[in-house]
Structure formats: C-alpha cells, structure tokens
Design a protein around this ligand. Structure first.
Ligand code: CO8
Length: 378
C-alpha cells in the first residue's frame, strides 16, 4: 500500500492568561520566615531535645541566584502570605458554576482563537493538558468545550512539566490521522494549591498561568503569524525525584491527604544534574532526525524551571556564547509555571522571527519527561 503523505500541520495562534496577583521573592520570604520563626518559638522545647527539626530561614538572594526567579503570578495571593494558612484561599464553586481551571482555560483559549482567526465552529477537538486537574471528571476539557460552544470531543491529560508539549503531540497526531481538522490545546496551570509553602526548598518555585495553542491543517490556516510543525518527539524515563503523591487513594489509606509527600517535592539538585543532559540529547536527536543541527535553530523556547538549567542545556547544544534572546527567559517574572512555561516563552517571543527561521519548543521535568516540537516560521 502506498503511504499517504503526512498533511502539513501548523500552529496558527497562541494565547496567554496571566493572573492579576504577583508575589515577589521579598514578600514570599518575609512571610515564610515569619512562619518559620513562629514555628521555632512554638516548638522550642522539642527542637532543643532533638524531636523536631528547626525550620531554616529562606533568602530572596538565594532564590534569585539559584533559580533566576524574581516574582511569580498567582491566582490568589493573600492565603499564601498568611502565616496562619500558608496556602491560597479559593472559594468553593457550585456545580453549576464554571470551575476555576475551566475559567482560566477559557481566557487563554479565547486569545489563541482570536490570534488564529477561529471561532467555535472551526474547532473540533479540545485538549486540556496540565500538571493537575481540579477534579477527576467530568473532564475540564469538556467543560471548556461547552463554555466555548465547540462541537466534537475533548479530554484531559496529565504529564506534569511536559503536559503542554505532549498535548500538542496528541493534537498533531489527531490532525495527521484526520480525526480532527483543528485542535485547541490548553494548559490551565493552577499549581499553587499543591505547593508546600512551609518548605524552604520549594516554596519559591511555582506560579499560576494559562496558555493555549491552535493547531490545524495548513490548508485552513488564515493567520498572518504561523509555524509549520516539522516534527514532534517525546521521551520518558521513570524517576521519583520530582513527585506529588496527592490522589484519590488517600481516603482509603488513612494518611493525611495534605501531608508533605502529597504536595510537590523534589530532589532539586539531582533533577538538575540528570535532566539537563537528557534534554540536550533529546533536542539534538530530534533535530538530527529532521536533518538539522542546533546551529540551524534561531530560537529555543525551553521549559522554564531554572535559568541555570536552561543555560546548561544551551551550552551543551550551541556553546556558552549564545545570545540570551535566542533562548528567552520568562521565569524571572512568572516563576516555574509547570508545563506552560515553554508555551509562555513561545507566545511572548516568536513574533520577530523571519520566514523559514527554525525554532524548538522543549519541555523537561517530572516523570522524567521531555517533549519537543520543531517549528518553522511560515
Ligand atoms: N533559601 C536559602 N537557602 C536555601 C533555600 C532557600 N529558599 N532553599 C535551599 N537552600 C539551601 C539548601 O538547603 C542548601 O544548603 P546546604 O548547602 O547547607 O545543604 C543550599 O541552599 C543549596 O541548595 P541546593 O543544592 O538544593 O540548591 P540548588 O542550586 O540546586 O537550587 C533549585 C535549588 C533551585 C531547586 C534547583 O536545584 C533546581 O531548580 N533544580 C531543578 C528543579 C526542576 O527543574 N524541577 C522541575 C520542577 S517540576 C516541574 O517543572 C513541573 C512539575 C509539576 C508542577 C507541580 C506544581 C506544584
């Protein structure tokens, strides 16, 4: 049988929703340190006898130097900074109200649809892919589909840091297979509820955001700014070094459903050392499979977890003198926004590429997982 030619598939629009609330490193550290000092005072006797560990203090200077993060946008700020709470405070919504996650997904989706010149009737699949969904079912994607008036189908998928790229891979596959003609892929990353704000090692890492991408067949694309998808590549390798154990089983195991191991936790240094070479090797192999080298790439939209990680990946690929503009950083203002980071970087920093310029979107992190798309400006 003659192989069918792969249809040309393009990214024709992107959208970004950014929360209004911002927390700077200084604000976050002031509240964590006040909480830690209170804890240490209240537990002075147990700390002295060695039963309880003293809580160490955090430092804004350390955070910026170790991660590149200066501030992060969050869905709700006051609960996080309240030392008697140390967790965002959301109002419970009724079942007939739009869920928080669907709401921020819709905000980003509308912007991506406008950028691509699409309305609901043009779209026939909705993928919501992110690090957490706020419930198991019905799928957030189907709620979004309903809110936007889209026909066809929708589903949720979770791949932690690589959810956005893996979601785009599924969009690409649906378009290539012909099961969809235009896909809306959304990443409503509402992650602050799973951050342990009492943990000095990780309290500073994350922020909330929502991103969306329209992917469609080239023949229907009318957008002025669009990208051919030259290829997609995914890789996973099991590791417990980044983990969040929260799940429906906690009810049956009689453990604290909000214990430290149920929230985000990681061995950050190990992650750094193991994931950087994995990501650089992955990008190099993906480019080689398309007859390209890292030197052919005008822009790398990398996962936004740590500026030093990104510098190390870039150094491995093209040397250390690469211009910062060629691997844009958004985590100084946004923090790590789980899988959305590379899409935020793409959204904010792709308009000035020229026709035929090649760019790479690449996520890496929990799983471990690495996901990439090689793009060419049309
Ligand atoms: N203030 C002051 N000192 C600190 C602090 C702090 N806040 N935190 C740690 N220290 C101390 C440490 O205790 C250590 O002290 P000592 O030397 O006495 O032991 C010292 O500073 C150095 O610590 P590290 O070696 O850990 O510091 P690093 O330079 O490695 O920086 C990072 C820590 C920033 C965490 C870094 O290791 C890193 O970014 N690693 C990569 C992490 C990564 O990419 N993770 C992926 C994140 S997962 C993801 O992206 C999506 C997952 C799903 C989302 C979930 C959302 C809830």
């Amino acid at each position: 049988m003659t192989a069918l030619p792969t249809p040309e598939i393009v990214i024709s629009g992107s959208g970004l929703w950014t929360p209004a609330d911002v927390i700077t490193n200084e604000e976050l550290v002031a509240s964590y340190n006040a909480w830690a000092e209170k804890f240490n005072t209240e537990n002075a006797a147990a700390i002295k006898s060695g039963e309880v560990d003293e809580k160490p203090l955090s430092s804004a200077r350390f955070i910026e130097r170790a991660s590149g993060i200066k501030a992060r946008y969050v869905y709700e700020k006051h609960g996080i900074l309240d030392i008697d709470r140390m967790c965002p405070k959301f109002c419970e919504r009724r079942e007939d109200e739009l869920s928080n996650q669907a709401e921020i997904a819709v905000h980003a989706a509308r912007k991506a649809m406008a950028a691509a010149g699409k309305t609901a009737v043009d779209i026939d699949a909705v993928i919501v892919s992110c690090a957490y969904t706020q419930r198991a079912y019905p799928a957030i994607a189907i709620e979004v589909q309903n809110a936007l008036g889209i026909n066809g189908f929708g589903f949720d998928m979770l791949v932690a840091c690589s959810a956005a790229t893996f979601g785009l891979h599924r969009a690409y596959d649906s378009l290539a297979a012909g099961s969809a003609g235009c896909v809306l892929a959304i990443n409503p990353e509402l992650v602050t509820p799973q951050v342990n704000y009492c943990d000095r090692e990780s309290h500073f890492i994350f922020g909330d955001v929502s991103t969306a991408i329209i992917m469609e067949r080239a023949e229907t694309c009318t957008a002025t700014n669009s990208y051919d998808v030259l290829g997609t590549k995914a890789q996973t390798q099991f590791s417990n070094n980044i983990r969040s154990g929260f799940g429906h089983m906690s009810r049956a195991t009689d453990v604290d459903p909000y214990g430290w191991d149920k929230l985000f936790h990681q061995a950050g240094r190990k992650v750094f050392e193991e994931v950087c070479p994995m990501a650089a090797g992955h990008i190099r192999e993906h480019l080689a499979s398309l007859g390209l080298t890292p030197r052919d790439v005008k822009r790398f939209w990398l996962h936004q977890a740590n500026i030093n990680m990104n510098k190390m990946v870039i150094k491995e690929l093209v040397g250390e003198n690469e211009k910062a503009d060629n691997f844009p950083t958004i985590l100084d203002n946004y923090g790590n926004t789980a899988s959305a980071g590379s899409i935020v970087a793409f959204h904010l920093c792709n308009k000035n590429l020229q026709k035929d310029d090649v760019g790479v979107i690449c996520s890496f992190g929990a799983g471990y997982s690495v996901g990439s798309l090689v793009l060419r400006k049309r």
